[in-house]
Design a protein around this ligand. Structure first.
Ligand code: ZN
Length: 372
């Protein structure tokens, strides 16, 4: 009988290096190098989340472990041999770029395989019943990664690698992936676009990244038609709009699909101060979204839920958003009070703006109903 929330992390994942940048652009031209490196996909937000878990006492209430790296055969279920070979080759040298904005240093392949391995073990432990639910602090992230190219800081498709490994080893059936990273989960969408056994849902800021994917009309194809759901939200969407989208689109889609496992691609970059997006969530929003997903997981799949860390670049806010999710998963409430929450709540859009955003969500829901 499972009795605990698994927390999977490894210090080596924090040693992944993306080199120098200013926001998402390379240093040069008019862009002065930033002190301390400056690439947004730095270890700091993740390390500060782990530190907050430690000082709050929550780490001691979780089943904490690392994992073995994903095996070559795990990667090859999702990625082309050509992609994996090229990644390994560059990684054995000085590193490089394996797709748009997918940079890494020497040894980056092994760290990416470990990041995918954390997600793989989290899924396996939940399916075994060793853990009630789980959080994998994977880094580098995975949800933009395609089968044959890295993209947007993502070097391996962590969640599909974990799902496909569990399908091979545990006979896992239907899976739903909910991606609430502020950017479109284009990689996961692409990998599962024609599959009828994996429902993919992405809530994201419209036209943020990538700018040419994530439309409502991208619904899947062939046997997967109707099983890809995009909810592109306008910039400035806050707590009420996200929760409305969860209640009117995401939760009903999960109930209809009836997965055997739910995986959340949990970017924490829809928070109010993320440098790479313009949404207005706070820790309480992530707490409530997690609660809603746990409720439906209890209803449809015996509570089997795995949360895998994706983006999130505000070193200030990410720890509190992550803590709120892990507190909810574990049913433990620490003494931590998010010092930003009051301000971020006061800065939510006014009622008129929320009404406008909710009307957009209702339009999306109506469009999805009118399509296969
Ligand atoms: Zn993101």
């Amino acid at each position: 009988m499972a009795e605990s929330t698994g927390f999977y992390h490894d210090e080596r994942c924090l040693w992944h290096s993306t080199g120098e940048a200013v926001l998402f652009l390379p240093v040069g031209g008019w862009l002065q190098p930033l002190a301390g490196g400056g690439h947004p996909e730095s270890p700091e937000s993740k390390r500060r989340l782990k530190s907050l878990l430690d000082v709050s006492g929550l780490t001691g209430k979780l089943a904490v472990s690392t994992a073995d790296p994903a095996l070559l055969e795990d990667l090859l279920r999702v990625h082309t041999a050509r992609y994996v070979d090229r990644f390994r080759e560059l990684s054995a040298g000085r590193g490089g770029e394996i797709g748009p904005e997918a940079l890494f240093s020497h040894g980056g392949f092994e760290i990416a395989a470990l990041s995918a391995g954390l997600a793989k073990r989290a899924v396996a432990d939940v399916l075994d019943g060793t853990r009630t639910n789980a959080y994998a602090l994977s880094r580098p992230p995975g949800h933009h990664c395609l089968s044959d190219s890295g993209m947007g800081f993502c070097l391996l498709a962590n969640i599909p690698v974990a799902i496909e490994a569990a399908k091979a080893s545990h006979g896992l059936g239907k899976v739903a992936v909910i991606d609430w990273d502020v950017h479109h989960g284009n990689g996961t969408q692409d990998i599962y676009y024609e599959r009828d056994d994996v429902l993919t849902i992405s809530l994201h800021q419209e036209n943020c990244f990538p700018t040419d994917t994530g439309a409502v009309t991208e619904r899947g194809a062939g046997p997967g038609l109707g099983l890809n759901v995009n909810v592109p939200l306008p910039p400035g969407s806050g707590h009420d709009t996200y929760l409305h989208a969860m209640r009117t689109i995401v939760i009903p889609a999960l109930q209809t699909f009836g997965p055997d496992l739910i995986v959340v691609a949990s970017g924490l970059d829809a928070n109010a101060v993320d440098p790479l997006a313009r949404q207005l969530l706070h820790a309480g929003s992530f707490r409530e979204m997690t609660r809603l997903v746990m409720e439906v997981a209890d209803e449809v799949c015996g509570g089997r839920l795995v949360v895998v860390h994706e983006g999130g670049y505000a070193e200030s806010a990410v720890p509190f958003c992550g803590l709120a999710i892990i507190e909810t998963l574990s049913g433990e409430r620490t003494e931590v009070v998010d010092p930003f929450e009051e301000t971020f709540i006061a800065q939510q859009p006014t009622a008129r703006v929320v009404d406008y955003q909710i009307a957009i969500v209702d339009d999306i829901a109506a469009t999805l109903k009118g399509q296969p």
